[in-house]
Write a new protein. Structure first.
Length: 552
């Protein structure tokens, strides 16, 4: 098969915005692609040369491509770059450069798909010193043989900027259509393997062969995700046998071990093995089975305390000076799930069993730990676990259905997250209640107000727990002279004292006049440096509410 035929398909895909038409174009084409090149072509249609979880990469950036095109056309690199800028697209710029040259030389050769496949394999195998020159040599040969339009799509393939709108979902639709296998079965196989090419090939062989594809060491699965819980009480009602785990604030890691080889994958399924050498080294002695896939969260520590998750991300992005960084930013990996043992998939087992298998498969070390959990149906115990987790600097808790299977890629009701927000609000205490028992001498239940545009303070939440005795003393001392009115235990206050408040979520609520309610508000400290008119406003609450909607 010629590369030109693939370019025709790219052109057809670009010329329609209809998803159904795209699906049909892809399905008709995939039907006639020979088996040997089907996985490769499927990848090229989806916009990649190698699946991102492989260690293979072309390692060709825009600069190198400009060099290649300049070399074969005789047009200066600067001129080629100008063509790219003026056309606003890398592929089109390269196409124009090749066009100018081809008008003088008129030679195109037929590029075979198998030639392209071998060439990309070779190019990906060069790394380190001297590799650039070799890559330039191979690419020069390829681009010399390409027509201008072929060059346009070659550049887009190489830079992974395909833009034909043939996303993963449409390709799965097309595979389902040409193979006549229900879309849900195609998708299930894809969630387990994350390899569109493999799915195309096995679908062609029929549903029986396709359903043989299973969890495999070395091929990351799409991680199971958590939905946001309405509240601890609701979550406990929704789940029959709940188990709570600390929600660590770091980066999700999937660990794959086969014999002496261990690979690490990110939540986006990228191979990040190189980025975490100290974790890898501990895993070598911590993982007992020969073959295992397990999952956990990597967390960074700074000066002995949990550091914001950006620190972990920095580590994952960093390719050089790793050992220096690993000293400055020590990591821990908290494992919470196990998806395969000795080539037997565990994903259909209940979490309870998977966790037991995990525990018996891990020797804990300084870095490798098992995620902390409790099993309880008692809301007080759960709340306590939540408070402890947050006070230790974690993000919250995840309440999981202990009887549930592992559903790759799903964000369902089997895992429910309860998170604190990192953002605090400065609010004004507008009312309070005298406490009972030990708290009798304190104004303990505090009504928090948020400023509106006219300068009034409208209720947004109540805090009664989480304050230290010291803070209660101080607050009572400051509030007592501000009492305007007393009604039984309830007092109305002059809005003066500003406190910094942490909470889990900003909710819309008709309960309070502000229209918002804070979930689990907690007073962190008195903001002596602020007066009431420096406190946060309702429009800030609205912004936070909106931004939350986006992240959840
Ligand atoms: P979110 O990113 O808010 O959707 O929350 C889901 C993420 O929480 C997962 O992808 C993990 O990276 C992270 N996480 C932290 N601790 C746990 C845990 N114990 N179980 C599952 N996920 C966890």
């Amino acid at each position: 098969m010629l590369y030109r035929e693939l370019v025709d398909i790219y052109e057809k895909l670009t010329s329609t915005s209809s998803k159904l038409e795209k699906r049909d174009i892809l399905s008709d084409f995939l039907l006639v692609v020979p088996d040997e090149i089907l996985p490769f072509i499927t990848g090229l249609l989806a916009g990649y040369v190698f699946p991102k979880w492989t260690e293979k990469e072309l390692g060709i950036g825009p600069k190198l491509l400009l060099k290649v095109v300049s070399k074969i056309t005789g047009i200066t690199e600067k001129k080629v770059e100008e063509l790219v800028y003026s056309s606003g697209d890398f592929g089109e710029g390269i196409e124009r450069a090749i066009e100018q040259k081809k008008q003088q030389t008129f030679f195109d050769a037929n590029i075979e798909i198998t030639y392209l496949m071998d060439l990309f394999e070779k190019v990906s195998s060069y790394s380190g010193k001297g590799s650039q020159d070799k890559k330039i040599k191979y690419l020069s040969k390829l681009f010399s043989a390409a027509s201008p339009i072929e060059a346009r799509y070659l550049s887009r393939i190489i830079l992974e900027q395909m833009r034909t709108g043939a996303a993963e979902g449409i390709i799965l639709d097309a595979i389902s259509k040409f193979s006549d296998i229900p879309r849900k079965d195609v998708e299930k196989a894809y969630l387990l393997t994350n390899d569109l090419g493999l799915i195309a090939l096995y679908s062609r062989r029929g549903i029986v062969e396709l359903s043989k594809l299973n969890v495999t060491v070395g091929r990351p699965l799409k991680p199971m995700l958590a939905q946001i819980a309405g509240s601890i009480d609701l979550a406990l009602k929704d789940i029959d046998e709940p188990e709570m785990e600390v929600k660590y604030d770091g980066a999700r890691i999937q660990v794959h071990k086969s014999g002496n080889t261990i690979k690490l994958f990110s939540r986006r399924l990228e191979n990040i093995t190189q980025a975490l050498p100290e974790v890898l080294s501990d895993l070598k002695s911590s993982l007992i089975p020969n073959n295992i896939i397990c999952e956990g969260e990597v967390v960074a520590y700074k000066d002995g305390k949990i550091a914001p998750f950006q620190y972990v991300l920095r580590r994952l992005r960093r390719k050089y000076q790793i050992s220096e960084l690993s000293e400055k930013i020590p990591l821990k990996l908290f494992l919470f799930d196990c998806l395969l043992i000795e080539n037997k998939s565990l994903i259909d087992l209940p979490l309870k069993e998977r966790r037991n298998i995990l525990i018996s498969s891990i020797k804990e070390s300084k870095i490798v730990r098992i995620a902390e959990n409790i099993v309880s149906k008692d809301p007080f115990e759960v709340k306590e676990f939540y408070d402890k987790s947050v006070n230790e600097g974690h993000e919250g808790i995840i309440i999981k259905d202990y009887l549930s299977q592992y559903q790759p890629g799903a964000r369902g009701k089997k895992w429910l997250k309860i998170k604190r927000t990192l953002e605090t609000l400065d609010l004004v205490i507008i009312g309070a209640e005298w406490g009972e028992g030990r708290r009798k001498k304190w104004l303990s239940s505090l009504l928090l107000g948020i400023r509106d545009e006219e300068g009034s303070f409208l209720p947004i939440g109540k805090v009664a727990t989480g304050l230290s005795d010291e803070l209660f003393n101080e607050i009572t001392e400051q509030l007592t002279p501000l009492i305007l009115e007393e009604n039984g235990k309830t007092v109305t206050l002059v809005p003066k004292i500003v406190v910094e408040v942490l909470y889990d979520e900003m909710q819309h609520s008709p309960k309070y006049e502000s229209g918002f309610a804070l979930r689990f508000p907690r007073v962190l400290r008195i903001r002596d440096d602020k007066d009431a008119y420096d406190s946060d406003t309702i429009s800030r609450a609205y912004e936070i509410y909106e931004s939350q909607e986006k992240t959840f």
